[in-house]
Design a protein around this ligand. Structure first.
Ligand SMILES: NC(=O)c1ccc[n+]([C@@H]2O[C@H](COP(=O)([O-])OP(=O)(O)OC[C@H]3O[C@@H](n4cnc5c(N)ncnc54)[C@H](OP(=O)(O)O)[C@@H]3O)[C@@H](O)[C@H]2O)c1
Length: 291
C-alpha cells in the first residue's frame, strides 16, 4: 500500500514509519514543516500528488496541560487538523486511520471502556481530540479511529524515559497512584495500526497493551526492569495539581480489535521490558525473556 503519514516528527510516527517500510509499503512521511495539518491546501496538494491508499493521521497538539490555556490552538490542530486529513483522504480516494485518546472518557467507569461508551472528555485536549474523531467519522466513511493510551516509545518525551532520567539525576520521585490506565509501547501500537488497515473493517477501535496499572505502578516496574533502585513515593492527583483534569480510570477494552484482527496485544509489562531492551536500558537480557 501507499501510506501518507502526518505528524511524522512525533513519537508514534517514529515507530510507525519503519514498521510500514519493513512491511514493504511505500511511505510519504510529512512532518509539520512539510504539511501543517491546519492548512487544508497543503494536505490536498500532497494527497493529490502521492495518491495514497491510506492516510495515517498522527499529527496532534499533545501538550495536555497547555491545551487548557491554548483552547483555540488545541481545536485547530486536533479538531480542524483531523477534518483536513479526512478531506484530503476523500480528495484522492484514500481511507483514513486517525489516532485518538483515552482522554475522550471521563474516567468514571469501573470496567474497561468499549468503543460504544459515551465520550465525555474532561479536558480541552480530550474535547479537541473528540472533535477530530467526529469530523473523521462524518467526512470519510472509509475511516478507522483508534483510541490508545499512555504511550511510551523512542523519539518522544514519555513517562518511562522521564522517570528513568529523574532517577539518574537523583530527583525525588513522587508519582500519582490514583489514575489507572494501560501503558502502550508505540512499536506495538504501530503494528496494530498496520494490521487494522490491512483488514479494512472500518470503524472505531480501542488498542492498548493489555493489562492495566497506575502511573506509580508503571514507574516502579520500569525502574525495576532498568535495575534502578531509588526511593519512590506514591502521591495523588489532587496533590500533584496539574492544569488539565485526567480520567481516574481510562482502561480500554481491546476486544473488538482482537475480534477484527485475530491478534492479542502483549501485556504492558512485557512491552516495557522489550522497550528498555531496545533502548539498551534493560537490567538484563533475561528480563526480556521472562514472560
Ligand atoms: N502520547 C500519548 O500518550 C498518546 C495517548 C493516546 C493517543 N495519542 C495520540 O497519538 C497520536 C501520536 O501522538 P504522539 O505521542 O506521537 O505525539 P507527538 O510526539 O506530540 O507527535 C505529534 C506530532 O504532531 C506534530 N504537529 C503538531 N501540530 C501540527 C500541525 N499543525 N501540523 C502538522 N503536524 C503537527 C508535532 O510536531 P511538533 O513537535 O513540531 O509540535 C509532533 O511531531 C496523536 O494523535 C495523539 O493525540 C497519544
Amino acid at each position: 500500500m501507499k501510506a501518507l503519514v502526518t505528524g511524522a516528527g512525533g513519537m508514534l510516527a517514529c515507530s510507525l514509519i519503519p514498521v510500514l517500510e519493513r512491511a514493504g509499503h511505500e511511505v510519504l512521511a510529512l512532518g509539520r514543516s512539510d504539511a501543517d495539518v491546519t492548512r487544508l491546501e497543503e494536505l490536498l496538494r500532497h494527497a493529490r500528488s502521492f495518491r495514497p491508499d491510506w492516510i495515517f493521521h498522527l499529527a496532534a497538539y499533545t501538550k495536555v496541560d497547555d491545551c487548557e490555556s491554548r483552547h483555540d490552538h488545541a481545536y485547530l490542530v486536533n479538531g480542524v487538523g483531523a477534518r483536513n486529513a479526512a478531506l484530503a483522504a476523500s480528495s484522492c480516494g484514500a481511507a483514513i486511520l486517525a489516532v485518538s485518546t483515552d482522554y475522550v472518557f471521563d474516567g468514571t467507569s469501573a470496567v474497561p471502556y468499549r468503543e460504544y461508551h459515551t465520550a465525555a472528555p474532561r479536558s480541552v485536549y480530550g474535547a479537541s481530540k473528540w472533535a477530530g474523531e467526529q469530523a473523521v467519522r462524518e467526512l470519510e466513511p472509509r475511516h478507522i479511529v483508534v483510541r490508545s493510551s499512555w504511550l511510551f516509545g523512542h523519539g518522544g518525551a514519555n513517562f518511562v524515559d522521564t522517570i528513568l532520567r529523574k532517577a539518574s539525576s537523583g530527583e525525588r520521585l513522587r508519582v500519582v497512584d490514583d489514575q489507572r490506565g494501560s501503558p502502550t509501547w508505540t512499536h506495538d501500537l504501530a503494528g496494530a495500526l498496520v494490521r487494522l488497515a490491512a483488514v479494512r473493517q472500518f470503524g472505531t477501535y480501542h488498542v492498548t497493551n493489555s493489562g492495566d496499572c497506575t502511573w506509580f505502578e508503571l514507574a516502579a516496574y520500569a525502574l525495576a526492569a532498568a535495575g534502578v533502585k531509588v526511593p519512590l513515593e506514591p502521591t495523588d492527583t489532587a496533590a500533584y495539581g496539574r492544569p488539565a483534569p485526567r480520567p481516574a480510570y481510562s482502561v480500554l477494552s481491546n476486544q473488538l480489535y482482537e475480534h477484527a484482527t485475530g491478534h492479542r496485544m502483549a501485556h504492558w509489562q512485557e512491552a516495557v521490558e522489550r522497550y528498555l531492551l531496545a533502548e539498551g536500558r534493560s537490567a538484563s537480557a533475561e528480563a526480556a525473556g521472562r514472560r
